[in-house]
Structure formats: structure tokens, C-alpha cells
Design a binder for this molecule. Structure first.
Ligand SMILES: [Ca+2]
Length: 352
């Protein structure tokens, strides 16, 4: 287990003796804690923060020297991050004579090259990485797609026994769709490829769970103080939460299906809360693949949600950190056979 994100690369050292290692900044906000040189694979070990600093008599501790820049800098291949929104097309600044461009997530953002210019079009709130070929060299830029400006922010309108909600809408933080971070100062929501993820994610080595198996336990969980671990939870505090308001027209028994793309089996389960009342927890058994896939815990007690006409608050909270929610469907069909992202429901123009 590492408490660090290693940026590993290989340096060939052909002669013994003193050597200078010079690190240049390319991204503005990068922060280096330490540099570990392994002369034998695995020598750094698997400790949380790596081995202690090596003894040395060259420089006072904590004092780095700034070297002069080399005469030629390697080509900077990462472009500044790009922000766009759904249905907006923008030109990538600073790139001319592009030969080709490709998006790794056409669902969120597509890319086209016209007369050497690169144009990006947003389709769905999410993130994508664009690679651009210029003069035979590869350039990359990360793209963040936000919701369309001026899109309606009122309650989601159920039609014909179905309502479809995009999880990322919750970033608008309106009365009808809002994302609330956990109160432990650590866990919150981040825009993911095609949805929202509870970060930082858990895995088998670092579990972060908020446990409740009854309404009474859930009440204690959602009232937990920032450092309290209730019901045997490994994560402290009240969990992060997404709240959505759905305007039901048709009285009926509804089932909740969620399109998720969870990173691992310890980051895939969630609690379902309707009108402030915990109903059930949903967990998949079986390996996680990261694929966007629909799932509904239709067989568990509490999964059948009887909803009267009127506005209802549907809340989802992680049982495990790392959960990725892309789209949520509320439907009277308990076997809707959903594949791919669905057309989102219409919404009232503003909160009522
Ligand atoms: Ca799990």
C-alpha cells in the first residue's frame, strides 16, 4: 500500500560517482514530497510513505538547489486543461496545423480537425482526454464537460412510469439536484468520466464504508459527527449524498436502477433514501470491471418504492467510497433491460 502516487521512470547511470538529478516543473501545481531512487527493483519497499531519507553530506536537509535551465527544453506535450459544456463547441487554443485528434470518451466530448484547427464538442457532463497529432508529435489535453448553460434546474418529470436522472446534474447544487460532501473533511464528490465518484476511492487495502442495515442505523449514520464511526463503519462521519427531486404523476411501485462504473468490489455499494427514509442498501456481488453498467437491487427488501403523485426526494449515499454513479432510473418496470445511457427526463424550469 502506498500513501503516495509514484511517478516512475528509469534513469540509466553508466558511470559511478556523483550525478545531478534535475526536475523541471511542467504542470503549475505539482508537488513533490520525495524522490526515491531504486538501484534494485522493490528496494523502496511498500511502506505508506516510503523509506526514510538517505544519509548525505552534500546539502542541508530541506534545501534544494535550483539548476539553470538546459539550452533546449523537451517539447511540452500537455496542453492546459479545457472546460466546455454540453452542446458547446470550442476551438483548442494554441494548436495549429493539427493532423489528427481523438477523444478517449466520445460520450462526453467529441473532437474534429478542420483546417488544422481542433474543435471540441461537449455532449454529456463528464471528462475526456483528447490526443492531438501535431507535426508527428502527440499532444494531450484533459477536457471537463459541464452542464449546458441555462438548462432547467427544477424537479425531474416522471412520464409513463419512468424518470431518468444524470448523476452529474447534482453539481448544479440546486434545490432539485445537489451533491453534498461527507462531513469528515475527507470524502466528497468529483466529476468522473460520465458521472460522479465518491473520492478518495476505497479498495481492499484501504476500506472506507458507511454501514447501515436498518432505518434506525441509517438515522444514526446520517447524523454522525465528523469523527464518529457508527454501526461499525470504517469511515467516519455522515456519508456524502446526492439528493434529487422527482415529480411523480403516476402513482405506482417504482424500482431504482443505477448505471455505475465502479473501480473495484470494495467501492461499489450505496444506500437508497426516499423522502428522508432509508429504504435499502444496494451491493453487487461479483467482480467490478469499470464498465458502465445498469444494476438494480430489485430483489432486496425495501426495493419496491410506492410513490404517490407529487414531489419526492430520492437520495443516494455511498456505502463504500469510490462508488461511481453515472445515471439513475426510477421505473415501474422491475426488469427494464436498460443498456447504455438513457435520454434524461424533462425538468421543470426552476425549483418549485
Ligand atoms: Ca462492495
Amino acid at each position: 500500500m502506498h500513501g503516495i502516487e509514484p511517478l516512475s521512470f528509469t534513469v540509466d547511470v553508466t558511470t559511478p560517482g556523483w550525478h545531478d538529478l534535475v526536475v523541471y516543473r511542467s504542470d503549475a501545481a505539482i508537488l513533490f514530497d520525495r524522490i526515491i531512487i531504486e538501484t534494485r527493483a522493490g528496494a523502496a519497499g511498500d511502506g505508506l510513505v516510503g523509506p526514510p531519507e538517505s544519509p548525505n553530506n552534500i546539502a542541508a536537509p530541506q534545501r534544494a538547489t535550483v539548476a539553470p535551465r538546459p539550452r533546449t527544453m523537451p517539447e511540452l506535450r500537455r496542453l492546459p486543461a479545457i472546460r466546455t459544456s454540453v452542446d458547446e463547441t470550442s476551438t483548442v487554443q494554441g494548436v495549429r496545423d493539427a493532423e489528427a485528434a481523438k477523444s478517449d470518451n466520445e460520450t462526453a466530448a467529441s473532437v474534429a480537425v478542420t483546417d488544422g484547427q481542433v474543435r471540441i464538442t461537449g455532449h454529456r457532463a463528464g471528462t475526456a482526454e483528447i490526443s492531438i497529432t501535431v507535426g508527428g508529435q502527440a499532444w494531450v489535453a484533459s477536457v471537463t464537460v459541464g452542464r449546458a448553460a441555462g438548462a432547467p434546474v427544477g424537479a425531474y418529470l416522471e412520464r409513463d412510469g419512468s424518470a431518468v436522472l444524470d448523476a452529474a446534474d447534482a453539481l448544479e447544487k440546486s434545490a432539485s439536484a445537489t451533491a453534498i460532501d461527507g462531513n469528515n473533511g475527507t470524502h466528497g464528490w468529483a466529476l468522473a468520466r460520465n458521472g460522479l465518484q465518491v473520492v478518495p476511492p476505497a479498495d481492499a487495502g484501504a476500506k472506507a464504508q458507511w454501514l447501515a442495515t436498518s432505518a434506525a442505523q441509517a438515522e444514526a449514520l446520517f447524523k454522525a459527527g465528523p469523527t464518529e464511526k457508527v454501526n461499525g463503519s470504517s469511515a467516519a462521519g455522515a456519508p456524502p449524498r446526492l439528493d434529487f427531486t422527482v415529480a411523480i404523476q403516476t402513482r405506482g411501485t417504482y424500482y431504482l436502477f443505477v448505471n455505475t462504473s465502479n473501480p473495484n468490489a470494495d467501492a461499489d455499494s450505496y444506500h437508497v433514501v426516499v423522502d428522508g427514509q432509508w429504504r435499502y442498501q444496494s451491493g453487487k456481488s461479483g467482480p467490478e470491471t469499470g464498465f458502465e453498467t445498469w444494476y438494480g437491487s430489485t430483489s432486496v427488501a425495501g426495493a419496491a418504492l410506492t410513490l404517490e403523485p407529487g414531489e419526492h426526494t430520492i437520495s443516494l449515499a455511498p456505502r463504500e467510497a469510490g462508488l461511481v454513479l453515472n445515471q439513475i432510473a426510477l421505473t415501474t418496470d422491475d426488469t427494464p433491460g436498460l443498456t447504455g445511457f438513457q435520454a434524461p427526463s424533462g425538468r421543470r424550469a426552476s425549483a418549485s
